[in-house]
Design a binder for this molecule. Structure first.
Ligand code: SIN
Length: 331
């Protein structure tokens, strides 16, 4: 049985479908994300009244438009609340579309030793049967559990690690999956049932230097994703290099290739990527397969992503480049 921490739980709203409104009740696809405040969402779930909650609205956006400015604000507020002794955990309401990126970013940057739980919904708040209220209740339950340390995603009754979770469906309410690893737990009627014994996601040691650098950075270093596919010819990569020669702001410092299968890259694209590499651009291979990873040790001039999906490999590389920069924001 999970132990409640009985401390304050802070709910940070960022928008998304969970806060979405349609003009016609029951329309689950034509709606505007990020309309209902986090405060009103919480008020709509009477079962939450027994929890010691504080609510703060960070943003009201459709997460497809997530950008560095919002991430910085979110990182700063999460770090602030986690540092408060009386706070036991943080819940973040978020759109589903880039939720895995925000979760991954927060874990990498903050390495929290308390629970940071992202939740969302696939149906707007005005749906006939919205999924948001149950997800919120489950998320608060998980955030209030002492054993949870690190950033997790709670959706459709399941708890996912930030490094494994991916949105895999465009419509279903159980749209998230943790691939081969599977979810770490489920939430059933307010009770967490663990599939794995330990929940400490990482070591919980925050790199304060990196955090300060991140909070000072005007932008993340530019890392773009290119896909290897039949008929690829590398023109996209070469165009990026030309754009970067004309204006240094557009020069990619890193490229993630969403490679075929076990990290293979079309030879024409590989040739363009090698040219980029010889100009100092870091190139990383992730697989475009929905499941599995690029097996380490496969011969290639481009290192693999360490099991990260293309979007997470992009963030990991951008953060690495930022950490290596002499001055923050020198993207
Ligand atoms: C969004 O990501 O903000 C919109 C889509 C969703 O939340 O399902």
């Amino acid at each position: 049985m999970a132990q409640k921490n009985n401390r304050v739980l802070v709910v940070l709203g960022t928008g998304g479908t969970i806060a979405g409104q349609a003009s016609r009740q029951g329309d689950n696809v034509n709606y505007v994300a990020g309309q209902v405040t986090a405060q009103d969402l919480m008020a709509g779930v009477p079962a939450l009244s027994g929890f010691p909650l504080e609510v703060e609205q960070i943003e009201q956006i459709d997460s497809k438009d997530m950008h560095w400015g919002v991430w910085k604000k979110l990182i700063a507020r999460v770090a602030h609340h986690l540092a408060r002794d009386e706070v036991g955990g943080v819940v973040i309401t978020h759109g589903t579309d880039t939720l895995e990126e925000t979760a991954f970013m927060l874990q990498r940057v903050l390495r929290p030793n308390k629970a940071v739980v992202l939740t969302c919904a696939m149906r707007p708040a005005t749906a006939l049967v919205p999924d948001g209220p149950q997800n919120l209740l489950d998320a608060v339950t998980v955030a209030g559990c002492k054993e949870v340390k690190g950033v997790v995603v709670v959706v459709a009754g399941q708890v996912h690690r930030s490094d494994h979770v991916t949105k895999v469906h465009s419509y279903r309410v159980d749209a998230f999956d943790s691939g081969d690893a599977g979810p770490v737990a489920c939430v059933e009627e307010g009770v967490i049932r663990w599939y794995h014994s330990a929940m400490a996601v990482e070591d919980g040691t925050q790199d304060k230097g990196l955090l300060n650098k991140i909070l000072a950075a005007g932008t993340l270093p530019r890392v773009e994703i290119v896909t290897s596919h039949a008929d690829a010819d590398g023109v996209l990569v070469r165009s990026l290099l030309i754009a970067g020669e004309r204006d240094p702001r557009f020069m990619p410092r890193g490229l993630v290739v969403a490679a075929t299968g076990n990290g293979t890259v079309h030879r024409a694209l590989a040739s363009a990527l090698s040219d980029a590499q010889s100009l100092g651009v870091r190139v990383v291979r992730a697989t475009r397969c929905a499941r599995g990873v690029v097996i380490p040790g496969t011969a290639s001039p481009f290192p693999d992503s360490g099991g990260l999906s293309p979007v997470k490999a992009r963030l990991a590389l951008a953060l690495l480049l930022l950490a290596q920069d002499e001055t923050a924001g020198a993207a």
